[in-house]
Design a protein around this ligand. Structure first.
Ligand code: KPL
Length: 291
């Protein structure tokens, strides 16, 4: 029997990941749908930048044992979605956390023997109903969440050919900070100004605001990591250009009146800055504005 993956959170990236896992031959089901009956099957229609289309139909499973779980909910929804699922985890289960924000698993009673794999993706996609419009398939990194630099699990080798630009990384903390720093610039600005990512490159006022956010993030992260590259603005503008037509996940949430990931992105930076007494006025202001 093929290995079964449960997907918690089949939004943009959860659906992209689910489609790749399915292409790799794994058995997929979702657990805990946000809308409709949680055990009803879920349909996703993916449209890729080159015009390719793919349809997926994943059965719901709300009771069966779980050995491999992809957590792709928004960071702020993680505890509510994950806590009911924990009793179903089998010994030594694998949890892959594919989210933008940091800190969403902190304090949750996860089994001590589970393997937590952190995943981050720079792909851009937006959802209209069951359709996922993939604007850009950019690199995705996975690696162990703990300090140990472990080798990739067997399923990773089977998955890699089916997930464009999927890489295994031993230093996920650095990768996560690189990703978080650009999300802390692109996401709140595009939400607040209701614009696509590319506007950050084209609008001088937005670009200047982006520069202030990037500079504060660099000052903090350089205090936490002496080898920090101090290039957040360059990376943020590069990613904004690479996903120019995309609606960022925070803009989509803000527009829809849903809670955003701000507390797990810019809020995470503010929590790191507090013990250092490092002022971050641009981040504090944008967090307040989005609340
Ligand atoms: O991570 C993203 C997001 O929207 O959350 C990017 C890569 C910026 C794509 O919009």
């Amino acid at each position: 029997m093929s290995l079964r993956w449960h997907i918690l959170g089949a939004g943009n990236l959860g659906s992209l990941a689910g489609a790749a896992l399915q292409r790799a031959g794994f058995d997929i089901c979702h657990t805990g749908a946000r809308h409709g009956a949680a055990d009803a099957s879920l349909h996703r229609h993916l449209i890729y930048p080159d015009g390719r289309q793919e349809s997926c139909q994943w059965p719901g499973d709300t009771t069966g044992p779980i050995t491999h779980l992809l957590i792709a909910t928004k960071a702020q929804d993680t505890a509510t979605a994950l806590l009911p699922v924990l009793p179903r985890l089998r010994a030594a289960a694998t949890l892959v956390r594919l989210q933008n924000g940091l800190g969403s698993l902190d304090g949750l009673p996860l089994p001590a023997d589970c393997r937590i794999i952190e995943a981050i993706s720079n792909s851009g996609a937006w959802r209209a109903g069951d359709t996922i419009n993939v604007v850009a398939e950019n690199p995705t990194w996975m690696g162990d969440g703990g300090a140990a630099a472990l080798t990739p699990p067997d399923w990773f080798d089977a998955l890699q050919p089916h997930w464009p630009a999927l890489h295994w990384h031993v230093d996920m903390r650095r990768q996560q900070w690189l990703k978080l720093s650009v999300n802390a610039v692109i996401n709140p600005l595009t939400a607040l100004h209701d614009c696509p990512n590319g506007a950050l490159c084209d609008d001088p006022a937005l670009r200047a605001h982006a520069a202030r956010l990037a500079d504060e993030a660099d000052q903090l992260l350089a205090r936490l990591d002496p080898d920090w590259p101090n290039d957040t603005l360059v990376r943020a503008l590069h990613l904004a250009r690479a996903t120019a037509q995309n609606t960022s996940s925070m803009r989509a949430d803000y527009r829809a009146g849903r809670p955003t990931e701000i507390d797990y992105i810019n809020g995470w930076l503010l929590r790191q800055a507090a013990p250092l007494a490092l002022p971050m006025p641009a981040h504090a202001a944008i967090v307040a504005a989005l609340h």
